[in-house]
Each structure stands twice: as C-alpha cells, then as structure tokens.
Design a protein. Structure first.
Ligand code: SF4
Length: 457
C-alpha cells in the first residue's frame, strides 16, 4: 500500500520517485475534475502508476474509468499490469466479433458479413454459444480477463459467447478497456452508446494511454475517402437487390432504392474529373448539393439509406461484400455523409480533394480531410469528467494542447530513469574482432553481426 495525500493506493512494490510524481499528478487532476497531459518515458512504470491511481480515485468516488490504448496488444499489457496488483474491480473489454466470436462458421467470416450472420443466428435463437450465455445468467465477477482469457474461460470452457459476455459486462463495469478508436470515431462511439449496454462517457474518467499518435488517429476518424469503384459496388448491391426483390418491396422502400441508386450513379460521374481539384472543406457541400443532398434534407436521406441497409442486412439470400473496416459499401457511404454534414460548423478545419487514381475512367477519388484533432475530441472533452492523455513521448506539451483545443490544467514531464551521465554516445564502425559493424539488409541474417553487437554491449 502507498499513501499519496489522502489516498491509500494498492501498489505491488515500492514505487519509484517518478511513479509517485505521476500518481500525484493523476490524483490532482481527478480531484479538481481537470484534464491532464502526462509524459513519462518508457521504463518508468507509467501504466501501472496510471491504473493504480485512477482506479483508487474512481473506487472512492464511485466513477467509471474508460481505459483506452492504441491496440489490443497494448491493452493486453495494461490488463497484465492490473493483474499484478491486488485491485479487483468489475471490468469489461470491448472487442469486435472478429476477436471474440467462437462460432465455428461465423468466426471465419469478416466485417459486416460476420456481424449480419451473427445477428441472424441470434434472432433465430440458432447460436448455441449465445443460448448458453442466456441460460447461465452470469453475474459480473471480479476476474481480470483479457481477450484470450475470455476466449478460453467463456468460449472454450463454458461454451458460451465471449462477445455477448463482454457486452453484458459493459453494463456494470467500473473499468472498461477498449482501443481508442472506439471512442475517437464518433460513429463507433454512438454505436456503443446506442447499444443495449447503455454505455456512456458522461462523467467518466477517460484515459488515453500510448497517446503519442492520438492526433493522427483523431484526424483520420473525422476524415473519409470515397472512390468511384466504391460507388460502383454500392450501385451493384442496390441493383442486385432491386432485381431479386424489387417486386416484393413496399412502395416506399422501392422508391428509396431507386433514389439511392440515382444518387450513387450521379456521384460516380462527379468523381470523374479531368484534373485534380484541391479545395476548402465547404466544397464538399457543393458536391452534395449537385446530388440534391443538403443540410435541409440530409437527415431524411440518411434515414432512407438506413432503411436500405437494414433491409439488406436482414435478407437471407443477399450477401453484401464488406471492406476490411467491417463496413459494407453502403455503410461506408452513410458514414461519409454523416462525417461531412457533422463537420459543417467547423468546416475551416477541413479540405476537399478530387483526383483520378489512374488515368482512365472510373478511377475518381474524393478525399475529405480533417486537419484538426480537436474536432474528434470536442464532444469527448465536453462530456468526460477528466481526460488523461499520456505516453512516453508527448512533448512539446503546449503544442499538443493547442492542437487538441483542450485545456489541460495538469501537465507533467517525467525525467528518464537513466541519468544522462549514464549514457555514452559513440559511433562504432568495427567490433572487438575488427570485423565491420554493418547491419545493412543483406547482413541481417548473418551469424556474425548479432553476437558481435552483444559482445560490444
Ligand atoms: S452470438 Fe457470439 S458466438 Fe454466436 S455468432 Fe454471434 S458472436 Fe459468434
């Protein structure tokens, strides 16, 4: 146990001075409901200090912690750190079906084909793993589990569905682990918020660990690219469905299909530009205006697109091709329209780019670029109790703060554990035996370079 101010923290060993400083900063930010930018170099035990301090504070004040990192591999490491402590809280980890599905056939699918197939089986009560989960009425225990543990404990041992197990845990979790694109991408965040688990970021402590490239992730989340080939696939999906089922559709749905197909074909023509166009963000609205989608009617356009997506998702005999992003072409189109229209109040931070990827027909591409990470973070900063952005390398902190347009009242730049006096910088061209130290690609597999480097160190 470690005492910091009025808090007693469960810590697995005597903390280093840099860890104490780090935990003091976390607790100061949380006590004052402020946001924090905390830099602590690799090797300083940052993640452990971060988990122990945020969870101690959250447990005392009854708040939820949303812990995010860039990849599942990094989350796995953070969960291993949590396991090394005596802290036990109700936890959940968010992963996609591609990580968590254990159904022998559905687990081999990908993207939205997988999502759709799972939804169909669940609706028809035909997935044994989902049924097993329902019949066992699992209580939220205090086990610390990463994705592999879920697959083992829930999928293999209990023969139940880890994906829905995890979603159920989300309801009552005190700490939720997820990759940070689930929060930064507003459509993914909305999908979580509108899901069954009534997930919310309001008043939560949100941690972005390994946040050194958070700006590019945030800008990417508010950008999109649509190509003529993509639109061609949309048109193909729409026409296939009209051909197969047009006569059995309601009048309204049929009109939705026809209207959307016209939109897609016109969009394709607009992308067929003779030369590159680089314009400000609001040029995107000129494009949509030519397609008769404006700020006044885009909501109803999205609704009609959603009716079509739902219809296609439910049709047994129709299989849409999905991209690796797990969106079907029509879902990506919907996402692009939503991104464009939700950016209109801050359109000065965007740019529009039209070009031909290959110099012949049907290779037009439209890029809508976001140039400010603040766009994706605005709503998060308004709703969260505190944001803690942390990494081994964040400096210069002031520049990052300006780019994010968030006031981080607590800042810390921890020193390296290794003193500069302990570091020797020299250029070595030869090893102890006089052989040249050359790590060029052709020498990579050579048996002489690696042992020589060891002998130098
Ligand atoms: S319910 Fe679970 S196991 Fe069954 S198909 Fe869906 S994700 Fe896979």
């Amino acid at each position: 146990m470690v005492r910091i101010g009025e808090y007693t923290l469960s810590f697995p060993h005597e903390p280093y001075p840099v860890q104490v400083e780090y935990m003091k900063s976390v607790l100061a930010a949380l006590d004052a409901s402020q946001h924090a930018l905390l830099e602590s170099p690799t090797g300083t035990g940052k993640t452990l200090a971060l988990l122990c301090s945020t969870l101690a504070w959250a447990q005392r004040h009854g708040k939820k912690v949303i812990y995010t990192s860039r990849t599942h591999a990094q989350l796995k490491q953070a969960i291993a750190e949590l396991r090394s402590t005596s802290i036990r809280v109700k936890m959940a980890i968010i992963g996609s079906r591609s990580h968590l599905c254990v159904h022998p056939k559905v687990s081999k699918l990908s993207g939205s084909t997988q999502n759709t197939e799972c939804t169909r089986l669940v609706r028809r009560r035909e997935c044994q793993f989902h049924l097993a989960l329902q019949s066992s009425r699992t209580e939220h225990d205090l086990e610390v589990r990463d994705i592999e543990d879920l697959l083992q404990d829930v999928g293999l041992e209990r023969r139940a569905c880890p994906y829905y197990f995890s979603a159920n845990m989300l309801r009552t979790a005190q700490v939720v682990f997820m990759p940070y694109n689930y929060l930064v991408d507003f459509q993914r965040r909305k999908a979580l918020e509108e899901g069954d688990a009534s997930f919310s970021i309001r008043d939560a402590i949100i941690v972005f660990d390994e946040a050194h490239n958070i700006e590019s992730v945030a800008m990417e989340a508010a950008s999109f690219q649509i190509s003529a080939r993509h639109l061609e696939r949309c048109a193909f999906d729409l026409q296939s469905c009209i051909d197969k089922s047009g006569t059995s559709m309601s009048r309204q749905l049929y009109d939705d299909f026809v209207r959307l197909k016209r939109f897609v074909l016109n969009f394709e023509r607009i992308l067929d530009v003779p030369s590159e166009v680089c314009e400000n963000g609001d040029y995107i609205f000129k494009i949509f205006e030519r397609l008769q989608v404006t700020t006044l009617n885009y909501v109803s356009f999205i609704h009609s697109l959603e009716r079509i997506i739902d219809y296609l998702g439910l049709k047994e005999d129709f299989e849409m091709v999905s991209d690796p992003n797990s969106y079907t072409p029509l879902e990506s189109l919907k996402s692009a329209i939503l991104v464009a229209f939700s950016s209109r109040r801050e359109i000065q931070h965007f740019g529009t780019h039209l070009f031909q990827s290959q110099p012949h027909e049907k290779n037009g591409v439209l890029d809508f670029w976001c140039f400010s990470p603040s766009i994706a973070f605005k709503e998060i900063a308004q709703q969260a109790k505190s944001i803690i952005l942390t990494s081994g390398t964040l400096s210069p902190l002031q520049t990052l703060e300006q780019e994010m347009s968030i006031s981080f009242q607590v800042k810390l730049e921890n020193p390296h554990v290794v003193e500069s006096s302990q570091i020797l910088c020299q250029i070595l061209t030869k090893g102890p035996g006089g052989t040249s130290l050359n790590s060029a690609f052709k020498n990579r597999d050579s048996n002489s370079v690696s042992p020589m480097l060891h002998s130098v160190s």
